[in-house]
Design a protein around this ligand. Sequence first.
Ligand code: AMP
Ligand code: ZN
Length: 474
Amino acid sequence: MKPFSIYNTLSRSVEVLKPLDPPTVTLYSCGPTVYLPQHLGNLRSYLSWDFLRRALELNGYRVRHVINVTDVGHMTSDEDEGEDKIEKTARAEGKSPLEVASFYLAMFQHDLAMLNAEPPQVWCRATDHIPDMLALIERILAAGMAYVTKSGVYFDVERYRGTNQLGKLSRQSLAEQNAGQRLEHSPDKKSPHDFALWVLNRPGHLMQWDSPWGRGYPGWHIECSAMSMKYLGETIDIHTGGMDHIPIHHENEIAQSESATGHRFVDYFVHGAFLVDKSGAKISKSAGKFPLLSDLSAMGLDPLAFRLFCFGAKYRSELALSDEGLRAAQASLDYLREFAGNVPAEAVVPEDSDFATRFRDQFVEALNDDLNTPRALAAAREMVAEANRRGDRKIWNTLEFFDRVLQLDLQKTRAAAQSTEFPAEVQKLIDERAAARRTKDFQRADRLRAQLEAQGYEVKDGRDGAATYRRRAR
Ligand code: AMP
Ligand code: ZN
């Protein structure tokens, strides 16, 4: 079996993963700014990192995963300009910034749980880590890569980069990198490219802390460097984020981190592509209207259909959200669950039938080939189709193995379908139906059958008057 490999934005190539301290893999994912609900686009990103994490675990790695929570310092543009996003919502909703952040963080964590995304070992909030950020800024200053002015402590980008050197990630010159940005030159910054590590003298900002340079608050980029170093060490294996983070946020994280430590910040930078709408536009909060996970249940979809929808596309490819696509994912989910719900006890054997091995290899190989989830999903589906064709359902171990990454609750589905214990109200309907059948009141028996079916139960009447009841796979 080929080892796990992944596309590294730093080298622009798919590389075999070589963690610094195997079997541990350190994984840092840039987290959300918690000022609005996370839309399906945001959730797609975190699902990709969940697929990554579980694929690594399938390979025997122990992943230490950290996700940060931005609750201060992210301005309405990525370039330090505009208003603090959290404070903007706080003013609009008449709440404190802490209330806003806690509310939207809880909503995000709830959505991730609905999607069977494994929580990281550490959730870290920026406002809980101000001392770590101050200490890191001191190191950057000591290295001569930052300077203090009246309006803040700034990272000296030109000093670090030189005017001609290309960015490590974006491979663009500063001029190219900034062509698409609205850089405002505050009078006391040496260069418009310099970014704030610490912001001073903004009396209107609600959240402020003391610092060696005066009261103020951190810039957005410094939080990720400080928290990833605190929890994962000065050099980490994998750092993830959306493609939008390449030119500014991650370029800045590298610059400030490597200036402070003098060594490499991240070995593998992994970036995810966007979820787009039908017209190809990125789903974004700035558009004003954006789809949420809760909208899917109104369409009669299971949240895990969205998980499967994302699994069906490669993390590096744009994915277009559509009703048809979501419904197809739901149909795929139903197909796998229908099978799981119908695996009888005698098909659960220590060794699966031989043909399962081929699909198991295909599944792992696909994941190990730059996290090719669509190919892995195809292998899972084909195995089930093959089992149906052969009438040989001895593939349960392999299916459960796939579900360690797929996370479609296949085990739960089977357990529910196998269960002969029914909730009290269902048992009552079953008993009433049995009585109706005994007294040959078939109209009543049919009404009760319809009621049971509406509640998700399958009813089969045997010739001898016995009936079997089973929870449907979905
Ligand atoms: P934000 O809260 O906008 O900073 O985004 C949080 C994370 O979601 C970042 O890693 C973004 O790159 C990612 N993200 C934002 N919009 C989308 C989208 N439409 N598709 C995929 N990821 C997204
Ligand atoms: Zn970050």
